[in-house]
Design a binder for this molecule. Structure first.
Ligand code: GDP
Length: 446
């Protein structure tokens, strides 16, 4: 995700404003204009951004700002709230219940990841004890049935489709009937897509919807389509009653803003994100952690999940204790680097860690980042226990820096770079002092 960049731009705009001696309307406007630019670059639709700017202006009281309150926090909070509001149109139009038959129809353009997402959705529920089934009503794309069949077989999910029948409406109706009889509680109908929104696609969609009477229609959207997201989502919403959205390919170059636009266009919530090609690369979507990430504030709940996954049980309370005391030592940094290296696909988790994302490990440069982390760790291996456990940077004087460089076979400037990184992270993590981990990953409380 390119979300880190957006967070960085917004943080910079806020910082600039905080640095200004007088916070008047002009300074606030400049700051908001910067933020507007950043959101537009992240593919949030123009009208949404403009409305948001107006709302923030209404909320943020210049007198409060002038009175020396924490301006950065007040505005950041306002942006956070506005984005959350935008992304949270309420519950999906229907929520399936385990044990009771529900028909879910998937719609979206070809290539959006619809077929993959159908299986992910089925697999996700199957793991939770549901009885899902897949119906392939995509007769337009050659190979669609094979793909669904392959995925379904792998996940041991019953499926229905036909190589011979070319009428998608007939297949859909038959498939739904069959799985109703088999008492499946989640019947998922994959429909055809087209390269472009066009009349034939919409007519077919409407007919399938009429024949199967879905309880919920999920619109699948490629997260990287940019500004086109709003119009595309709206076009689908006009024809069928989209009740929820799934945004795919959030692991790639998606900027995240498209999701906001799709929500606004369909007035339906995003319920899952696709984060990879594999069956289990599928995340339940939560508004607050998402916005936290969008603003570069980190994602507490995601981060905590990861901590529970990778940090050995017996070390977890200790780490949290240290963090809440505001002590970020070199040793903690070392241990976190170790954890990061263990986590596997780096990019996935990094955006959740406050400070560890954009600057230290830019997306697409995982290999270099990994090498950098390893390099830092080698240098830290040459440090004494006292140095590793101290929060006092003064311990690292010139002769120690030279000694560490020599000991690890690196240059003095490499050690300096590592120390700078430590300072940067210490500053960010220092903010966690006295922190109680907020529920739902809401970082706005920080
Ligand atoms: P459909 O035409 O809408 O049914 O799209 P497919 O399900 O065939 O997906 C198109 C391509 O996108 C395939 O190569 C999928 O593997 C890929 N894809 C789907 N979802 C994701 C995702 O969340 N992340 C990534 N990286 N690729 C995805």
């Amino acid at each position: 995700m390119v979300l880190g960049q957006l967070g960085g731009s917004i943080s910079r705009a806020l910082q600039q404003m905080s640095n200004a001696t007088i916070i008047d309307e002009k300074a606030l406007n400049e700051c908001l204009n910067e933020i507007t630019r950043a959101l537009l670059q992240a593919d949030v639709q123009f009208k949404l951004v403009r409305d948001m700017q107006t709302n923030i202006k209404k909320i943020v009281n210049l007198e409060d700002l002038a009175a020396g309150h924490n301006k950065r926090r007040i505005i950041q909070q306002a942006i956070f709230n506005e984005l959350c509001k935008m992304l949270d149109p309420g519950k999906p139009s229907f929520t399936p219940k385990k044990g009771k038959t529900s028909i879910i129809m998937f719609v979206g353009l070809q290539g959006s990841g619809k077929t993959t997402t159908c299986t992910k959705y089925a697999y996700y529920h199957q793991k939770k004890g549901w009885k899902p089934a897949l119906v392939c009503a995509d007769t337009f794309r050659a190979g669609a049935f094979d793909q669904l069949k392959q995925n379904a077989t792998k996940a041991k999910i019953p499926f229905y489709g036909s190589y011979m029948e070319s009428d998608p409406v007939k297949i859909a109706a038959e498939g739904v009937e069959r799985f109703k009889k088999e008492n499946c509680d989640l019947i998922i109908v994959d429909t055809s897509g087209r390269h472009k929104q066009e009349a034939a696609l919409f007519e077919e969609m409407r007919q399938v919807s009429e024949a199967t009477k879905p309880d919920l229609i999920i619109f699948v959207m490629d997260g990287s389509i940019g500004q086109a997201a709003f119009d595309q989502a709206q076009a689908f919403k006009k024809i069928v009653s989209v009740g929820a959205v799934i945004v795919t390919k959030m692991d790639g170059h998606a900027k995240g803003g498209g999701a906001l636009s799709a929500v606004a266009a369909t007035k339906s919530p995003v319920i899952f994100l696709g984060t990879g090609e594999h069956m289990d690369e599928f995340e339940v979507f939560d508004v607050k952690p998402f916005v936290s990430r969008l603003l570069g504030m980190g994602d507490w709940s995601g981060f905590m999940d990861k901590i529970h996954e990778v940090v050995p049980m017996d070390q977890q309370p200790e780490l949290m204790q240290k963090l809440s005391e505001g002590h970020f030592t070199m040793r903690i940094m070392y241990e976190q680097f170790q954890n990061i290296l263990k986590m596997g696909p780096m990019g996935q988790v990094l955006s959740m860690l406050p400070g560890f994302s954009a600057e230290l490990m830019p997306k697409g440069h995982e290999k270099e980042s990994q090498a950098k982390v390893k390099r830092y760790m080698t240098m830290m291996d040459s440090m004494t226990n006292e140095e590793l456990d101290s929060t006092n940077p003064k311990l690292m004087n010139e002769s120690r820096i030279m000694r560490i460089a020599r000991g690890s076979g690196r240059q003095v400037r490499d050690v300096m770079e590592m120390l700078e990184e430590y300072k940067r992270l210490a500053k960010i993590w220092g903010k966690m002092k006295g922190l109680k981990i907020p529920k739902g990953g809401d970082m706005s409380a920080l």
